[in-house]
Design a protein. Sequence first.
Length: 582
Amino acid sequence: MEIFKRLAKFYMPYKKYFVYSLLALFFVTAITVVYPVILQIAIDEGIVGGNANLIPYLAIGLILIMAVKGLATYIHQYFGDLFGIQTVYRLRKSLYEKLQFLPFSYYDRAKTGDLMSRLTADVEAFRFFLSFGFAQFVHFILIVSFTLAVMFYYSVPLTLATMVTLPFLAVAVYKFDQRVHPSFRKVRKSLAGLNSKVQENVSGIQTVKALSQEEKEKTRFHSQNDDYREKNIEIANVWGKYFPLMEFMGNVSAVILLGFGGYLAVQQQLTPGELTAFFSLIWFMIGPIMHLGFIINMFSQSKASGERLLEIFSEKERPIGALETKKAEKLRGEVTFKQVDLRYDGSSNDALSALDFHVPQGKTIGLIGSTGAGKSSIVQLLMRFYERTGGEILIDGKPLESYHVNILRQNIGIVMQQTFLFSSTIRDNLAYGRPDATENDIVTAAKRADAHAFISELPDGYDTVLGEKGLGLSGGQKQRIAIARAMIMNPSILILDDATSAVDMKTEVKIQHALHDMMKGRTTFVIAHRISSVKHCDEILVLEEGNVQERGTHETLLAQPGMYRRIYHMQNEHQADEKMSV
Ligand SMILES: Nc1ncnc2c1ncn2[C@@H]1O[C@H](COP(=O)(O)OP(=O)(O)OP(=O)(O)O)[C@@H](O)[C@H]1O
């Protein structure tokens, strides 16, 4: 019940619907028990007692009662559904909001398919129990209580005799729950794994095809699919074993009723009408008790789902910095790193150690070094995608944490190697960081980023809808949209993270032009593998394994023997080779 308690804030606001639904259920159940009583009166008074006039009255009474039951059933179902639907609407909203504020370290671990499955299948399983399962559980208690009351009224010894099997039934139901709950958890996990596999395959279909790994992917999917099948078979086995056992115990009660009830009737301690009513009543007990397995099943599923939802809620949100500075604020863009360390969660090495540098406002800093040297990690810290593990980072002389993350990020424009574009119009993509941008802002930025010409040539211009992942545009075109998107934000700090490495030389020249235009007056971080991209920077840091190996301007670094000079010569030779081979 702990899980339901922890999720109470989502369903408590709608408890009135639940109460209406339960009140209606009370009527439905009470009316159900009236049927056998009417049957008993019809047999004992009408048929055996020879009072045939009573029968039409009883029939009309039954029709009226059925009409009331129909109305009560409608109210019960409608409000029950409303209770579940409203609750999960709120729940889904909160989950989605929570996902927006989880740190990057969470997404490093999370799988998209698994998250999708939590937000859809798990939320639905929870709703199903709220709308249906819980009411079924209450129905079970009510119907068993009402039925027992009527049965005791008719015959105490016969009621006690038919209840002999109930403790055994209860044990079987308990054991069933013990077995079925872990199995359901496994099924949910396996389904999430299956979703992740499909999602990953679709996202990476280009890589799969390029490396001709279709067969391997098929095998991997099959093994996940097999796993899901096995887990479901496991559940089917548990059901298969316990359900007949529970049914058998129910039937034993009916046999006892027939033997002992028949004996009592012969002894005239029970009327024929009462014995007939008992047969209906006993099934009102046995049915729900057997059904209890199904309810527990549903309860177990929703418990397993609730657990998975709570896992998301219990994740720590990313720190957001001081709230009082949330008002729009333009930073100057002076950046200082003092003895900064970074070690990613679960890693045994520092990605950055004792990093020191200072970039005055409007200056450019180049970050170069081999892959994994820590270049992008500097950006991750500056954007507060991750938190440093030591040292201090200052912006305009104030600690990074004193700014609200939104303010910080509004002041930083970033163009990355791979550009993510939403499946929306080009206009929406351009204005994504500043939804209040005017048409003029958008077109001016696109012109400056050298994107206006190709956008205008598209069939719907700025209203052209891009496919998922921005399909339909070349790497260079996407990059120019990313540059325009960053320009619209008019940032004080600009980060170009390998911004031109994914495009050919000709496009690079064009993009470089747009980038230089954007860099004017902004503090700029240029992360690159090519010397040509960083050589004009005011200072260049050569990084190796999270440490600064060399620092200086292009000229000073070239003048000294070291890594920079080696990279320069290597890249120069490479370019010379390329020219020779043309
Ligand atoms: N999210 C992460 N979780 C754990 N370790 C990470 C994470 N991101 C980067 N690292 C590790 O931190 C180190 C520095 O990585 P970083 O991405 O900063 O290097 P880089 O110089 O930008 O490399 P590249 O030129 O290949 O982009 C690497 O050892 C990398 O494996």
